[in-house]
Ligand binder design. Sequence first.
Ligand code: 13P
Length: 255
Amino acid sequence: MRKKIVAGNWKMNLSFEEGQQLTSELVNMYRDEAIKDVVVVLNPPFPHLYPVQRLVGDMAGIFVGAQNCSDKEGGAFTGEVSAKILASFGVSYVILGHSERREYFKEDQTLLATKVNQALAHGLTPIFCCGESLEIRESGTHEEKVMEQLTASLFHLTPEEFSKVVIAYEPIWAIGTGKTASAEQAQEMHAALRGHLASKYGQAIAAQTSILYGGSANPGNAKELFGKPDVDGGLIGGASLKSRDFIEIVKSFEI
Ligand code: 13P
């Protein structure tokens, strides 16, 4: 059985106090509401990672992830944070290939492949994002585009390495716009992604790869999205900043 995962991407939001409060609320709700069988990953900005990790403590099922890591192992790269440093602080996951990093920071597919290598080399689980723009969706080439993103940055991995990767499909036109992909659109792409993974790594690995949906997911639409057979959870932006909303999304699986 592949893992069900709900990851919150806080992006560049929340002060120290706000981050602590949100985390405390989430940990309490997760415990009090006896949530089981869903892995929760909190991906705050870098300075929050350690204090968030301390608050989460040994709470089973909740993990801490970064929003980025360097493609370099270490050394004189001012302002960068390596996978090695993140791992030493107890970070377990790292979001790579988010469309905001591809667009605003010009991260290309070759760079992302190197970042994936760094993450895996230091025991971090990459949450690798892919997704198409509205223009590409309207041109009808969205599947090709997304498959190509995977091929270019992940298909150099061995089957053993690849089996540690989580995929997040995030159509750019649905991110922060309030315009969610329909559950059918998500399912169609997720099934195509799984087929693509199977063609490279075989059915068994494809069947155990978690594929998350991201883009305006909220407590009102998560149930329908997570009810689709190839949607294994979500990568949540805006709604991850409110404890009740995020926990309701976490509880949206039919278990
Ligand atoms: P929203 O949920 O705010 O649309 O953001 C999605 C996202 O980009 C998560 O990485």
